[in-house]
Design a protein around this ligand. Structure first.
Ligand SMILES: Cc1ncc(COP(=O)(O)O)c(C=O)c1O
Length: 477
């Protein structure tokens, strides 16, 4: 190795021991705590060192100044956003991946094969068909969505006789997308980035979670007759606010009948299909033209690990392939390089931590964890319903519970203020961590259960903390 081998071993051992202590002690620490002012300032104002600092000293700094102040998602009473704790097998694999430090694009090195396999495993886990080359790992679902929708855009325009890679969007018919209101923001962001325009996104109403097929087809027909090009239908296999699964089978029927690309956002919820209790709700996901997954969500692969899957590899290759002469490699595999299917040229070794995380639990272990999280969500919903000062915003379908506080006698606008303030008040108390959102126009708390060691006691603690914080806020006026 280059550098000081003994120094590396010593520093690495010290770090591994420190990290193991950190992980072991997490559940006994506050879920989250603010940085002391002095430390925040010190970290912000760290001067650039002129001379190298010994590695062991760097490890000491990391262990004393950085690790004690995490986001909170390692703790079993963390219910915020969609952030799980890291799977230990993924943490150790990250060290080995960094030691190899390949660019996972092409060539006869282990990382390339492992990513092919891991992508196939992910497709297998969620029951999505997989052809070699029909997917790749990304930095997350946001990036995977851009990848998938670039494929969708190219295909829709190709059918209209327009070559977007050659001509851009100038002269192309307006491409229309259809997406339910609860679609994650990464979808409209991808669409606007791809030049499709937010004005060309139509909302698909889903009253009580049901699709009005005739209504949607009539809207598509109107757009067609108006000279636009209906291009994309979007569904969620687990919305971010409530974890609801859209009627994917009905959406797939409309997409097939209208010849429109169906994209399913499975970033949070696709792995829920492993729970036999709700598996049936996912029918139709396997028919999507593209599907995004986030192994760094429910599976707990250390960030970052997203995944884009498509039915037909060429839909991506035709959108992205561009090989400059300096990157040509004689005997490439027929399916080409990863860089021909997505946004990145130099690509990190995300597959090792994903492989380790999945393999350390196996399909059965992951399925049990997913089913357990869903069961806990139903239990939390029952606790909420039992409390007169709380109300459910929606019955949980997966492992997210959306609910509100409603202390007796509080006026509606005060209720909005209260529910808006609640998450931060709960977080500051340090015993449980929950975040908020706006659902159906109202301030709402949402608890997302992803930690394999969350128990019924943590749920009771969350309810207690929310009630207690609500009383404090109400008393303060
Ligand atoms: C349903 C859903 N879709 C997409 C995303 C975006 O994923 P990422 O943060 O990995 O880009 C999220 C993130 O929380 C999500 O919950």
């Amino acid at each position: 190795m280059y550098g000081d081998e003994d120094g590396f071993r010593e520093a690495a051992h010290k770090l591994v021991n420190g990290v193991a202590d950190y992980l072991a002690e997490l559940p006994a620490r506050p879920v989250w705590q603010p940085l002391p002012d002095e430390l925040r300032t010190r970290l912000l104002e760290l001067p650039l060192p002129e001379h190298g600092v010994p590695e062991e000293e760097l490890v000491t700094t990391a262990l004393t100044d950085v690790l004690p102040y995490p986001m909170g998602n390692g703790h079993p009473a963390f219910f915020g956003w969609v952030n799980p704790p890291p799977a230990p097998a993924g943490v150790t694999a990250s060290l080995a991946a960094a030691a190899m430090n390949p660019s996972v694009v092409q060539g006869d090195h282990a990382d390339v094969y492992l990513e092919r396999t891991v992508v196939r495993w992910l497709a297998e886990l969620v029951g999505y068909p997989h052809a070699p080359g029909a997917g790749l790992l990304t930095s997350g679902a946001s990036a995977a969505t851009i990848v998938c929708l670039a494929g969708a855009r190219g295909r829709a325009l190709e059918r209209a006789g327009h070559d977007v890679r050659r001509n851009g969007l100038a002269g192309a018919p307006p491409l229309v997308s259809y997406a339910p209101a609860e679609t994650h923001s990464c979808v409209p962001r991808a669409l606007t980035l791809l030049g499709l325009g937010s004005e060309n996104i139509r909302e698909v109403p889903l009253p009580d979670g049901r699709l009005d097929v005739e209504g949607l087809r009539a809207a598509i027909d109107r757009d067609r007759r108006g000279g636009a090009l209906p291009a994309l239908l979007v569904g969620s296999a687990g919305t971010v606010n409530t974890g609801a699964i859209d009627p994917l089978d009905a959406l797939a029927d409309v997409a097939a009948a209208e010849g429109i690309w169906l994209h399913v956002d499975g970033a949070y919820g696709a792995f829920g299909v492993l729970d036999p209790a709700i598996e049936a709700r996912y029918r139709g996901m396997e028919r999507a033209d593209s599907l995004t997954l986030d192994p760094h969500k429910w599976l707990g692969v250390p960030v970052d690990a997203g995944c884009a899957l498509v039915q037909r590899p060429d839909d991506l290759r035709d959108a992205f392939s561009l090989i400059p002469p300096y990157l040509r490699q004689g005997a490439g595999a027929e399916i080409g390089t990863f860089a021909e299917y997505g946004l990145e040229q130099t690509r990190p070794f995300r597959a090792l931590k994903t492989w380790a995380t999945i393999a350390s639990r196996g399909r059965a272990g992951i399925a049990a964890q997913v089913a357990r999280a869903n069961e806990l969500a139903r239990e939390l919903a029952a606790l909420v319903e039992r409390e007169p000062e709380l109300e459910l915003a929606a019955p949980p379908q997966t492992s997210i519970v959306a609910f509100r506080a409603r202390p007796e006698g509080t006026l509606p606008d005060k209720l909005e203020e209260l529910n808006h303030a609640l998450p931060q008040t709960v977080q500051a108390r340090g015993r449980a961590f929950v975040t908020g959102t706006v659902y159906e126009g109202r301030e709402t708390l949402r608890a997302c259960i992803l930690h394999p060691e969350t128990t019924s006691e943590h749920l009771a603690l969350l309810v207690e903390e929310v009630l207690s914080a609500a009383r404090t806020l109400t008393a303060a006026g």
